[in-house]
Design a protein around this ligand. Structure first.
Ligand code: TMP
Length: 205
């Protein structure tokens, strides 16, 4: 089963993914955790380039293609083989981030994004996508409080991040694989909500 986690900055995806992975492992499942961009040797090099705050002149087209290149490698090297072996894959971001950030955030054409995404993933779709949603200001504040590294995208304006959040809401309304989770609550409460939703989709858990 392929589960992706999406959401704005500071939504706590990484913490929640590790807790859910533990929950699944306790039930005897083999779980792989991946993140985008990155997750492969090539992808990690692309990630460093994408997040380098010195690259203030990176065009939206370059950004789109680099995220997509990292994804193509991750799908081929890690995600498809794991799914073929019957494992769980929990991914911290996947192509929906491209639609939210490069599409709704940067304003790139959504149909173009669909074509490039299909090419990069060879049509792979998540089975379930959790949107960990919270107000933009709360998320950015959380990141600052945690002392998280501020990448090139974090430094974008509040307006940009608001467009991203609104974009996520539009995406989530378009497909039944999405499950909206209120991330503006305690770690334990968010984890409970995730497990309840997973159980609703896959009752064996
Ligand atoms: P994160 O690993 O801390 O979530 O950082 C990833 C950043 O990259 C985040 O700001 C969202 C951004 N991003 C895109 O803009 N497009 C994409 O396709 C992906 C995967 C991430």
């Amino acid at each position: 089963m392929f589960i992706t986690f999406e959401g704005p900055e500071g939504s706590g995806k990484s913490t929640q993914i590790h807790l859910l992975a533990q929950f699944l492992r306790d039930q005897g499942q083999t779980v792989i955790i991946t993140r985008e961009p990155g997750g492969t040797a090539i992808g990690d090099e692309i990630r460093a380039c994408l997040h380098n705050v010195a690259h203030t002149n990176m065009t939206s087209a370059t950004e789109l293609l680099l995220y997509s290149a990292s994804r193509a490698q991750l799908v081929a090297d890690i995600i498809r083989p794991a799914l073929a072996a019957g494992q769980f894959v929990l991914s911290d971001r996947f192509f929906d981030s491209t639609f939210a950030y490069q599409g709704y955030g940067r304003g790139l054409d959504l149909d173009l994004l669909k074509q490039i995404t299909y090419f990069a993933t060879n049509g792979l779709q998540p089975d379930l996508t959790f949107l960990l949603d919270l107000p933009v200001a709360t998320g950015l504040q959380r990141r600052q409080q945690n002392g998280d590294e501020m990448n090139r995208l974090d430094r974008e304006s509040i307006t940009f991040h608001q467009k991203v959040r609104a974009g996520y809401h539009e995406l989530a309304a378009q497909h039944p694989r999405w499950c909206l989770i209120n991330a503006d609550q305690s770690v334990a409460a968010v984890q409970t909500a995730l497990r309840e939703q997973l159980t609703a989709v896959a009752p064996q858990f």
